[in-house]
Structure formats: C-alpha cells, structure tokens
Design a protein around this ligand. Sequence first.
Ligand code: PLP
Length: 473
Amino acid sequence: MNARLNNDLKDTESLLNAALQVGLKYLAELDQVPTSIKVSEEANMPELSAEGKGGLAILQEFKERFSEMMVASAGPRYWGFVTGGTTPAAIMGDMLATIYDQNTQTLKGHGDVSGKVEFETVQLLLDLFNLPKDYLGGFVTGATMSNFTCLGVARQWLGKELAMDVAKNGMQSTFKVLSAVPHSSAIKSLAMLGMGSANVQLVKTIAPTRECVDLEALEAEIKALNGQPFILISSGGTVNTVDFDDFKGISKLKEKYNFWWHVDAAFGGFAAISPSYSHLLDGWENADSICIDCHKWLNVPYESAFFFVKEKHKFLQVETFQNSNAPYLGDPLENFNFLNFLPENSRRFKALPAWFTLKAYGKDGYQEITERNIRQAKQLGSFINESSAFELLAPVRLNTVCFTLRGEMNEAKIQAFLDTLNDSGKVFMTPTFFNKRKGIRAALVNWRTTENDVLIVQQEMQKAFDQISKMSF
Ligand SMILES: *Cc1c(COP(=O)(O)O)cnc(C)c1O
C-alpha cells in the first residue's frame, strides 16, 4: 500500500476528528459566516503532484485556502433560490451514509439493508405529507431529477396510449404537454427526455398577477386535443409567488379526460404538514406523480429529493428505467431493485439523512419549522407593505417574499440594491422577474431562522436602500 495511504489508514480516527472540528467550527460560527463572498480567479491552476501529502496536510491546505471562503448557505439568512439547511440529525445520517458507503439497490435477497431503509423512509414521507400508500417512491439527487423521473414514466405512459414503446424504440411523434407556470427544471427534463422543451403548451393563469392555471382555459385546451392523450405539469408552489394550481379542480378534469398528471411540489408540498395550509394541496393525492425536494424544506444536505409515482404504474416505470434490454419478467416488486425504477444504477445511501431527521423530529418538528418559516415570511411581507422604500409584487402566500423597490421600475437601481444587500454578507436573496417587473425573492426554508433574523434583514434592507438612494441611475 502507498505509504501515505497506509499512514492515513492508521490515523483514520484522528483525521476524521480533525475534519469534524473544521466542520463544527463552521456550524458554531454560522450566524456570523458571510452569506456570500467575492471569489477571485487564481492566476495559476495548481497541478496534481505525483506525491500526495496525506490527509492531515491537505486538511491544513484546505483550511488555509478554502475553509474561510465557505458561505453560510446552511445558515438562517440565506434566502436565495430555495435553500434549506441541515438539521443535526440529518448531518448525523449523512456522515454515516458516507462512512458506510453502501450501494443502495435491492430490497431483499442479496445485498444490504440500505434499500429497506430507503423503502421505510418513503413510507415515513407519505405519512409526513398525509398521502395515500398507493405510491412507490425513491431518492434522487434533486427535484430536477425527480421531475425527470416522473416525466420519464409519463412519457412511457403517453407512448403506450399511442401504441408505442418509447423506452425501447424512441419517440415517433411529438407529445402534448400542458402547463401554466412550469418550473424551469421541468422544461429541462422535457429536453433531456427527448420530448422537446418547446413542446409545452402554456395555459392561461387565472389573472396576470397569478401563477395558477385557469381551469376553464385548461379544459378548452383539452377539448381542442380531441381525445388525444397528454401530460399535465402542475405546480404545488411556484417559485416566485408560491401559487398553487387548483388540485381539486384538476382531479375533476382527470375523471373526464385521459392524461398523466404530474405535480411539482418541490417545496410547496410541505404545506401539507400544516393544518392551516394543507388545503392548498387538497386533491394532489390523485396525481400520477409528485416531485418533492429534501434539500430544501426537509433540511437535509444536498443532494436529496424523491419522487412518488402511483404503484399502478410500476410496469411503465420499470420499462422506462430497467437496466437491461430483456423484457421484465414478473412483478417488479417481487425482486425489487431501485435501479429499475430511477435513473441511477449505483447510488449512495441517500435516504439515511432523511430517515434520521424524520425520526428525530417527527411530524411536530416539521410542522413547527414549516409554520415558523411561513410566519417569518409574512413578518417580512408586513415590513415591506409598510415601508416607503419597498413594495410586494405578490401577497405572501407561504414562505416566499417577492418584492421590488417602490415607484417607477428602474432595473439598474433594483440590481444595485440587491448587490449592496448581498454584499453585506448578512443575507442573501436572488433576482427574479414577475408580471413584467424586475423583482427580488426571499425564500425561507431554513430550520434555524429566528424572528430576530428577520429583524436583522429588515435593517440591512433599509441600510442598503439608504446607500443606493445617494447614487444616481
Ligand atoms: C428547486 C425546484 C426545482 C429544482 O430542484 P433542484 O433540487 O434544484 O433540482 C424544481 N421545481 C421547483 C418548484 C423548485 O422549487
């Protein structure tokens, strides 16, 4: 064995402890760690040397070069995109997933128990979201891959309706996809699946200021298809204004027309945990497939998301993802193997962080996090409503605040405000465009966020506004 490697083998315990100390320092200081930094380009890219230095020396180099540059994306005021943190139990699970290094595939028979833990975690998630047990689920790297997986099965379903096996023979015609406000990752999935990103037919929303589908317009589009099967992508929380399509209304349409119904509820699905907001999802239990992220509101480390696909579609799902060209024999649940149900073959022990955190904090824990973040988003919304500097672009429906500067739209000024705010390092938000206006989004899904964090952000917003008010645009 290579000498450095052999030394590290003997020193494993002290090396892991040393690395853990670096991580614990970050967590202890997370409140003060900046939410963004300026990354300068290094003049020369270092080359890989023939001789390694061993883990401890490299930890030292990492500390000197990079550890101080880690931003507080796991912290309480990182409100850009939709960025969750990591609960203590989720970190425990993630660390152990790395150490055990299982390859999660089979459920029984040969192999290991990690597949069983994943299966159990899927059941826990169905409980968390109050969904019926007629779904099969599995873990993938993010909501993009979850959308991809669900739409992959949808593609196979639609092919079958038109008497073709797309998984086997490829696409032989264009498929109809309808959606009001699809997430960019659903469009990307259509591109990756060969269905074509340009083939989504956008359906009217109920008003220009809303992002939920107009059911009458949708039904008119469906009628115009003359019985042709199609895929409907609906939103369980859009990213700008967290608008929800009317799932009860869509359920009724599903009784009348032949389509695959996919729900992208990457973060909005968490509304199901709160009795005050669960009505937003009423009817979603009739969807053929549902996408939910874990590295957002479940607060587990990247990369974690899962899909739910109705069990009755298990044969379509296996046709889409089976890892051999041989026709699948028998019931795919008999010798269940995840690699026949999702894009990846080899996979890490993905479910373990979710399993740890779900068991550690239970339904009550997640209801508290969800409702607290919603309360905080509304707190920020009230501040904006009452301020002379800012205005809301949409009411705060759940956990996201979409706002802009009051008055005539001045894109340069809005961008300067956002840059100044983010440069403070105290908070991070991201730009958007809504209803023809440039705006800013703050999405709250972090378990650590306190009401005081919202007050800190309000002060920083005021400071940044005062600063740019002295500049001319
Ligand atoms: C974040 C998000 C996605 C994409 O998720 P990734 O985890 O980044 O792949 C898809 N849909 C919605 C509604 C989202 O919020």
